[in-house]
Design a protein around this ligand. Structure first.
Ligand code: EGV
Length: 375
């Protein structure tokens, strides 16, 4: 009997937080850099500063610092930006605004992290899967009558990224058909190839757009983070109205902290982050290189998670279950393949935003298990 997990990916991630070696969730759990530590030591002062400065000003400064640090230089002039507690809160606000506008048909990248289809289905959307490969190379076709096209770029868990010319292509298609182009760019801080100015392209092509930006995966700030909901000026979706149904604003202290982390990222912090992820990725790949039945399908990925393709005789659900018995937590990939779960059984996902020793321990457990089972 094959174990098969019925829960969503976040429930699996939650179980991993409780104990053991946690390579399950994509949140940042590595060490603070020296300059990040300095910011954390200043939190006490930042609290009092945040109380003095106008929240509107803090909001604008944090948005501007973050968006320019990830290359989105025209975002502040082209788009409206609303700050949320997390990108999933931004996602929920966006989904509810589709629903309020009587939009029901959404084309969505496949595979992708399961809370995206779950939130969209939760507000009554009908979803049409579009394969990541066809979206990223621009060869796909939008199903008739689709009202929104949703792309995660870089995609989770594969790290595949939409090139600038293909973004322009989809923006033109959407503009011609009156379709809203929606991007989740939560992982873009890891990959400079995803840091060309998306807003300049979206504005030039003249499509309606909504973008979810996120600081949540980048810095080990104990989940103090911001999700930015950005959209074309004058957008008809009732995003402001639904935003205020949910919140008044986020904490000025978090805004100020995000501004400082974003400035640090711009001034070399991203370089350090990229080196850590690159080195953990090499460590993991090297530790498992001697097992021919294991492979890493996402060779070009630079994001903070890595997919591992499993031997033919095993499944992601089994490997997840067996590693968990050895106190090592990974993510089975079944639920990423939201329209075709069995296709996800070839893989597990490992988080790289961890101390290197943790990645090494997990790699040892994986190779031990695979060799034991003759994979
Ligand atoms: C990842 C956790 C939510 C999500 C983790 C994630 N789930 N928000 N329901 O933040 O890749 O592990 O995206």
């Amino acid at each position: 009997m094959q174990p098969r997990c019925a829960s969503n990916l976040t429930e699996i991630e939650l179980a991993a937080i409780a104990a053991g070696i946690n390579l399950a969730d994509g949140h940042a759990r590595h060490e603070l850099t020296a300059s990040q530590q300095k910011i954390v030591y200043q939190l006490h002062d930042l609290f009092f500063q945040a109380a003095e400065i106008s929240p509107t000003l803090l909001d604008r400064r944090a948005q501007s610092a973050f968006l320019t640090a990830v290359g989105q230089h025209t975002a502040m002039s082209q788009a409206e930006v609303l700050s949320c507690y997390s990108s999933s809160v931004a996602m929920e606000i966006f989904a509810r605004s589709l629903q309020a506008s009587d939009i029901r048909r959404v084309a969505l990248i496949h595979p992708t992290f399961d809370n995206i289809p779950d939130i969209l289905r939760g507000v009554g959307m009908s979803l049409y899967p579009l394969s990541e490969v066809c979206l990223m190379d621009g060869s796909g076709f939008l199903p008739e009558d689709v009202e929104a096209l949703f792309i995660t770029t870089p995609n989770n868990p594969t790290g595949r990224t939409l090139p600038a010319d293909v973004l322009a292509h989809w923006a033109r298609v959407c503009a011609a058909k009156g379709v809203i182009l929606v991007l989740d760019t939560s992982f873009r801080g890891f990959d400079e190839r995803a840091q060309y100015d998306h807003y300049a392209i979206l504005a030039r092509e003249g499509c309606r757009y909504v973008v979810m930006e996120d600081t949540g995966k980048l810095w080990p700030t104990l989940d103090l983070k911001i999700g930015f909901l950005a959209f074309s000026r004058g957008e008809q979706l009732p995003l402001h109205r639904i935003y205020t149904d949910v919140l008044l604003g986020v904490s000025p202290l978090v805004m100020l902290m995000v501004q400082r982390f974003a400035e640090d990222a711009r001034d070399g912090g991203f370089g350090e982050l990229h080196r850590l992820i690159k080195s953990n990725r090499s460590l993991l790949r090297n530790q498992l290189a001697h097992i021919p039945s294991l492979s890493f399908p996402d060779q070009a990925s630079r994001i903070s998670v890595e997919r591992l393709a499993l031997p033919k005789n095993s499944t992601g659900s089994t490997v997840w279950h067996e590693l968990r018995r050895r106190a090592v937590h990974v993510l089975p990939c079944r639920q990423f393949f939201w329209a075709e779960p069995d296709a996800g059984e070839h893989f597990v996902r490992l988080a790289l935003s961890r101390p290197p020793e943790m990645v090494e321990t997990a790699a040892t457990a994986i190779s031990g298990y695979v060799e034991e089972t003759g994979g």
